[in-house]
Write a protein that binds this ligand. Structure first.
Ligand code: FEO
Ligand code: CA
Ligand code: CA
Length: 582
């Protein structure tokens, strides 16, 4: 554990229910890179229309909706760089004029174009961060962009479709949640709730059921106008999603790759540690109730020379799933075809099947069913690895798993942060673990909702990241339907806090506008600019706006009388130019 210290210098702020961003005295927060702004593709920069009248073709070269994970890639140190970010999902009530009525092929294409990943060039000019447009780096990846498939599932029979009989080139990435930055300068993005876009037959297969596929999907309705998302017509298409994708933002001509060796999951994101001998260790959780935490250890060492020199690094190695035992010890269980219960008879004829069916493999291996693993963060100074477990209200309900040491609360509305340290190096197969904190409010009546927070209160931790001074920053994602009421009455809008990992003490740094989630955190190398994302300001409790009332809950950040709330990146600077958090 690191010792406590005067790392956190700002004056903490109160919880807030206001429709604005609040930061401590001496700090300024400014929104830019709003949903719908042109990303900056030369010769193709359509302006945003406040009436949601942009076409699918416009949206394919504009910032996507629902900003999430984000990283800064320097071009000129801390003055100019690329911001690469995910656009997790869409609110189709807000995205289209008239919302989902009528539901057309053009609206499906626009929804698909509003998903994915964007690459924006930004620079600090006259004391203000702004987009550089046009830019030769500007790029959008959408639900239709080509992705190569790497690793053991490439070319596998379960990956082949009529459109891609070789099973080596998938179209699209969507529901990209968190992100990671590799030491060799690429961007990792997790395909999270991908299964919600597919429709199944009346009687889904056991495999489809295990992955949560429903007859009419989860409400995106893409399958109604795009057969690729109809699992009766294209049963293998869903297997081509749920991967960690790797993007080289510095090469605008590069084809991104789905890295199947890391396992298929409702990946939140992927975070890279490096062993003492230079191999990559990629941690990844699956944000779903009772799913798992994974790590991948590369076979080869990271080579100097950036993305090109490490083009196949994440295709070869060993995948493990975590088991957290009582008493503060745990094991990483290797997931290898032919080992232990992962036999051909059990449905694991080769490693491709192991990674495509990683949930089923983890079930057989007796891994620990977690409370929705969200972000991970690696403390490079102490080598402890942290993971947010955001909540799990099904824990302990009839027919569901009960509490265990790592997930100790039934009807867990509040979430917790778990951490572990590997035996030896990051590739160790055993570890010690404990909880940094159980989130909650001690004023709550229900013992399971009280928690043990020291300092400012929060619930549902989601984003976490270390800055280069060793401060752990925590971001929250309380559902709009729960915010500022019941057990969350005193906790306020979603927020960002600074935590000293040595003492677990938290101080509230930022509060967001109404019904948004605060997510994504990256700094310029000098630590003097912090970029975060505000996702879905004004989201309705049903997560789909009434197109007649786009401003019902929020009109952040522009507050135009005829506008609509827009996800955006927020730049935070200290007024005296000092490092963020001091
Ligand atoms: Fe997309 Fe797990 O939050
Ligand atoms: Ca998240
Ligand atoms: Ca979340």
């Amino acid at each position: 554990m690191p010792g406590g210290g005067p790392r956190i210098g700002f004056t903490p702020i109160a919880a807030s229910a206001a429709d604005r961003i609040t930061v401590p005295p001496g700090y300024t927060a400014t929104a830019f890179l709003l949903w719908g702004e042109p990303v900056g593709v030369p010769g193709n920069m359509p302006a945003f229309r406040d009436d949601a009248g942009n076409s699918a073709a416009d949206q394919a070269v504009q910032m996507g909706m629902h900003h999430d994970g984000i990283h800064y890639y320097p071009l000129d140190g801390s003055r100019r760089g690329l911001l690469v970010m995910n656009h997790e999902y869409t609110d189709d009530g807000l995205l289209h004029a008239g919302g989902m009525v009528p539901w057309t092929a053009e609206k499906v294409r626009k929804s698909q174009a509003a998903h994915g990943v964007s690459v924006s060039e930004v620079e600090l000019k006259d004391g203000r961060w702004q987009a550089v447009r046009p830019s030769r780096y500007a790029r959008r990846f959408t639900a239709s962009s080509p992705f190569a498939i790497g690793g053991p599932a490439a070319g596998h029979a379960l990956m082949r479709t009529a459109a891609d009989p070789a099973g080596r080139l998938a179209l699209g990435t969507f529901n990209n949640c968190a992100s990671g930055m590799t030491p060799w300068g690429t961007y990792l993005s997790g395909e999270e709730n991908f299964i919600g876009y597919f429709s199944s037959a009346d009687q889904p297969t056991a495999h489809e059921r295990r992955w949560g596929m429903r007859k009419n999907g989860w409400g995106y309705r893409w399958h109604e106008h795009d057969d690729r998302f109809d699992a009766v017509k294209n049963p293998n298409e869903a297997n081509r999603h749920g991967w960690v994708v790797e993007i080289d933002p510095y090469d605008p001509a590069s084809t991104p790759v789905k890295r199947t060796a890391l396992g298929r999951a409702a990946h939140e994101g992927a975070w890279v540690a490096v062993t003492k001998d230079g191999r990559a260790v990629v941690y990844s959780g699956e944000d779903a109730r009772f799913e798992y935490i994974y790590k991948f250890v590369s076979r080869d060492r990271i080579r100097p020379g950036g993305a090109k020199a490490n083009a196949e690094l994440l295709d070869h190695g060993t995948l493990y799933v975590a088991r957290f035992d009582a008493g503060g010890r745990g094991r990483w269980i290797p997931m290898r075809a032919g080992e232990g219960p992962l036999t051909a008879a059990a449905g694991f004829a080769d490693q491709g099947e192991v990674v495509i069916k990683s949930r089923q493999a983890s079930d057989l291996l007796g891994a620990t069913k977690m409370d929705r693993p969200e972000w991970l963060a690696i403390d490079t100074a102490t080598r402890w690895v942290y993971c947010t477990l955001t909540n799990n209200t099904a824990r302990g309900q009839p027919g569901q798993p009960g509490v265990d040491a790592a997930n100790p609360r039934a009807n867990n509305t509040m979430g917790q942060i778990i951490r572990w340290k590997e035996d030896g190096d990051f590739d160790g197969e055993g570890f010690e673990w404990n909880h940094l904190v159980l989130a909650g409010d001690p004023a709550n009546e229900r013992p399971e909702a009280k928690g043990n927070i020291r300092g400012d209160l929060y619930g549902c931790p989601d984003g976490i990241a270390f800055d280069n001074r060793g401060v752990l920053w925590i971001q929250t994602d309380v559902f709009a339907s729960q915010m500022n009421r019941g057990e969350f009455q005193r906790i306020g809008n979603n927020q960002m806090l600074a935590c000293d990992p040595g003492t677990a003490e938290t101080r509230r740094f930022l509060t967001g506008p109404v019904n948004c989630e605060i997510t994504g955190a990256c700094w310029t190398p000098d630590g003097r600019t912090l970029f975060i994302n505000v996702q879905h300001p004004g989201e309705t409790p049903s997560e789909r706006s009434n197109p007649e009332e786009p401003r019902r809950f929020s009109n952040w950040p522009e507050f135009k009388p005829d506008g609509r709330p827009r996800s955006a990146t927020v730049v935070i600077r200290k007024d005296d130019g000092g490092p963020i958090g001091t």
